[in-house]
Every structure is written in structure tokens, then in C-alpha cells.
Design a protein. Structure first.
Length: 228
């Protein structure tokens, strides 16, 4: 069997490589296996370069020794945040805001901007609630005047009857609350006081003309008067 058939080079078993020559082994497919020097060079190329951590991505340098971290922007302790006129800052929420600002490394000015945004949001919610209550008061008053049981043409007379019950059984503090919140305009409150007023009155129905100057139902019912 000749060299062309096997693909192997026949060598003298007793022959040794010449001085300075790298030993090469010919594989069965005709390719040469890497020498010891080539394997060492390959391993050296696989090692991470200077300034690069093992396993780090290319271009990702490890922090240099002695390099200083950026100085913190957050103060040691935040000052109390300013609040818009008429707004009182909640102590518990303010403490939470300071904690979050510290975690985010915010300056006093940046943290104040967050506080301003929170106050603005609270004002918006309060304004919406006030408008909703005002609309509800108007709706209740209209429904009370149109009520089939005590409204219509006899509305003012029945309000006078209800006022008799209010003056006798409702405390001044409750009168103030009903008047200020507008709940005194609610048809069910008026209905209840009309029934009580009729129950304690000698006359089952009290007639009379309304007041000359227009006043709200709640104001007429729950204004401060001295009961007899």
C-alpha cells in the first residue's frame, strides 16, 4: 500500500525532528495537527485582555482601582417642602416622599418639584369633589321642590312644618353640618322632618306664604333659631 492510497507520510521510526523545527503530526485526512506553540498561542488569544474582566463582553472594561464614584446629589436631610397657599402637607406622606427622593438621589429642588406635583394633584381632586357636591345640592333642591309628597304648590308650607321639627329635635351642630354640606336639601331629609313636624303639630297641615327673599331650603330649615 503506497503513500497516495493511505494519505499518510511514511517516516523513519528512528528519525527525530531537526533542531528548531516544530513537530508536526499528519492526520489521516491529510491535515496537520497544531503544534504545541500554536496551541499555546491560541490559548493566549482566548484570555481576556488588560482592563477586561473574565467573561465580560468586548468593550466592557472593569472599574479601575482607586476610581471615585460620583458624589451623591441628595442632601443628608431634606428640608420641609413648601406647600401652595391653603394646602397643608401630610406629615406621613411627606416622610415617604423624602425617602423616595433619597433613594432616587434627588436634589432638594428636584424633590420639591415632586411635592408641587402632588399638591397640584390633591387640589385638582378637591376641586372636582367640590363641584360635584355643588351640583348634587342643586339636584336635591330641584327634586325636593318637585316631590309628589311634600313638593309642588305646598312646598313652602311643608318646609315650615319641617322646620318646627328641626328646631325641636336637631342640635345646632347638626343644623350647621346639614346646611354647610347641602345634605339638608336632600329630599329624604326633608321628607322625614315634614312627617315629624306634622306628627307634633296640632294642625295636620300648615298653610302660609313663602318668604319674600329667596333662601335655600337648607338655610330655611337649619338656620339658627330659638325654639319656643
Amino acid at each position: 500500500m503506497n503513500e497516495a492510497t493511505t494519505g499518510q507520510t511514511q517516516t523513519d521510526p528512528g528519525a527525530t525532528p531537526a533542531d528548531g523545527a516544530a513537530a508536526t503530526t499528519v492526520l489521516t485526512d491529510g491535515t496537520a495537527a497544531p503544534s504545541g506553540e500554536q496551541q499555546a498561542a491560541s490559548q493566549t488569544e482566548a484570555q481576556p485582555g488588560d482592563g477586561q474582566q473574565p467573561g465580560a463582553k468586548e468593550g466592557e472594561a472593569k472599574p479601575k482601582e482607586g476610581e471615585e464614584t460620583p458624589a451623591a446629589k441628595a442632601p443628608e436631610q431634606y428640608e420641609d417642602f413648601a406647600a401652595p397657599e391653603g394646602v397643608e402637607m401630610d406629615a406621613e406622606l411627606t416622610g415617604e416622599l423624602k425617602t423616595i427622593a433619597k433613594e432616587l438621589d434627588l436634589t432638594q429642588e428636584q424633590a420639591q418639584k415632586l411635592a408641587d406635583l402632588g399638591a397640584k394633584h390633591a387640589q385638582k381632586i378637591t376641586g372636582a369633589q367640590t363641584e360635584a357636591l355643588a351640583r348634587a345640592r342643586e339636584t336635591w333642591a330641584e327634586e325636593a321642590r318637585a316631590d309628589k309628597e311634600f313638593g309642588g304648590a305646598e312646598f313652602d308650607a311643608n318646609i315650615a312644618v319641617a322646620k318646627t321639627a328641626v328646631d325641636q329635635f336637631v342640635s345646632p351642630a347638626l343644623k350647621t353640618m346639614l346646611n354647610e354640606t347641602g345634605l339638608g336639601n336632600h329630599p329624604e331629609f326633608i321628607r322625614t322632618f315634614v312627617k315629624i313636624g306634622k306628627a307634633i303639630s296640632e294642625d295636620r297641615f300648615v298653610g302660609g306664604k313663602g318668604a319674600a327673599a329667596p333662601r335655600s331650603t337648607a338655610d330655611r330649615l337649619y338656620s339658627k333659631t330659638t325654639s319656643k
